[in-house]
Design a protein around this ligand. Structure first.
Ligand SMILES: CC(C)(COP(=O)(O)OP(=O)(O)OC[C@H]1O[C@@H](n2cnc3c(N)ncnc32)[C@H](O)[C@@H]1OP(=O)(O)O)[C@@H](O)C(=O)NCCC(=O)NCCS
Length: 283
């Protein structure tokens, strides 16, 4: 935090990294400067600081992000030679506009379009018997979804899923519809909604995916419909549903479009080369 003499904050820097083996060469950084204090070199000083920390930690790249709603972010990233990575299109849907009949029809069609599968609803933590299967879905998702060339996916295990879930359930509620392949009892797809305690009227679509081995049976619609009906029932008072659409595929985009999601803003991930930033900022 950068503050003036009166204690008012006008600059912010945070650095984070995952301790579960995800992207060990990257330090993630969030930099912002209040509009009243921009173009005075404060952003540069914060970026130099982040690069110094990354250097000390032996991480050669800094990842950050900017929004299309604040063009200064892209200009700043360009000024330091950052390379564009993925764009995340944030889409929103007013829950009052959610078509309950459409959701019900996706659930009703499920057994006909996907014989040999069933859908089970999970409120909160995954039961033990699903943990390894959910880990397998995440393993596939991190390799299958659009990702930058230098993406370093995790080795998912049931234990990691359990720990991660316990962590976010400390501050949020979750509902998940899991499609199960009856013959093998293996999870074949899922759709999860998260409601954070800090923002109880917004539902975040955290993960919706179908294992490529099980695609083509409208399982995506079935799990989407099921989790939305469950949320309408269990989470009254919801106003907005939000989804980020880089981690998804054309089929998922089609489903979200049919549900009435509309584009709100785009978040662009960028990567800075730590040595280049240090050379440019004299650090
Ligand atoms: C991006 C941000 C942190 C820049 O902070 P800042 O203190 O204004 O940055 P600096 O003064 O150090 O600018 C460094 C260089 O970036 C470029 N730059 C920054 N803002 C710019 C703008 N609005 N238009 C064109 N170039 C810009 C310029 O090259 C500038 O050097 P110059 O002023 O000598 O021309 C600030 O605009 C912000 O908080 N934006 C919203 C959050 C964000 O997008 N952060 C993401 C960073 S990847």
């Amino acid at each position: 935090m950068v503050q003036d003499d009166s204690g008012a904050a006008f600059g912010f820097l945070s650095v984070t990294h995952s301790d579960d083996g995800l992207s060990p060469n990257i330090l993630r950084t969030d930099i912002s400067v209040a509009p009243s204090h921009r173009r005075q070199g404060i952003g540069t000083a914060l970026l130099a600081r982040a690069a110094g920390i990354a250097k000390e930690m032996g991480r050669p790249r800094l990842s950050s992000f900017h929004y299309d709603t604040v063009p200064a972010g892209a200009a700043f990233a360009d000024a330091f030679g950052a390379t564009p990575e993925l764009d995340f299109h944030n889409n929103v849907l007013k829950i009052a506009d959610l078509d309950r009949d459409l959701m019900q029809s996706w659930v009703d069609q499920g057994p006909d379009r996907a014989p040999g599968y069933s859908v089970t609803l999970v409120d909160g933590a995954y039961p033990e018997e699903l943990l390894e299967g959910i880990a397998h879905l995440f393993f596939i998702l991190e390799r299958d979804m659009p990702h930058p060339d230098n993406w370093e996916p995790r080795e998912w295990t049931g234990e990691l899923v359990k720990q991660m879930t316990e962590h976010y359930l400390g501050a949020a509620e979750s509902l998940t519809a899991v499609a199960v392949h009856d013959e093998t009892s293996a999870p074949a797809g899922m759709s999860q909604l998260i409601k954070r305690q800090s923002e109880p009227t917004t539902w975040y679509v955290s993960t919706t995916m179908v294992d490529p081995k099980h695609r083509g049976h409208a399982l995506g619609k079935w799990v989407k419909g099921a989790v939305n009906l469950e949320a309408l029932e269990k989470w009254p008072g919801g106003q907005w549903q939000e989804t980020g659409n880089a981690f998804t595929n054309e089929a998922m985009l089609g489903i979200n479009h049919a549900m009435g999601f509309r584009h709100e803003y785009t978040m662009s991930d960028v990567e800075f080369d730590v040595d280049l930033v240090l050379a440019q900022t004299g650090g």
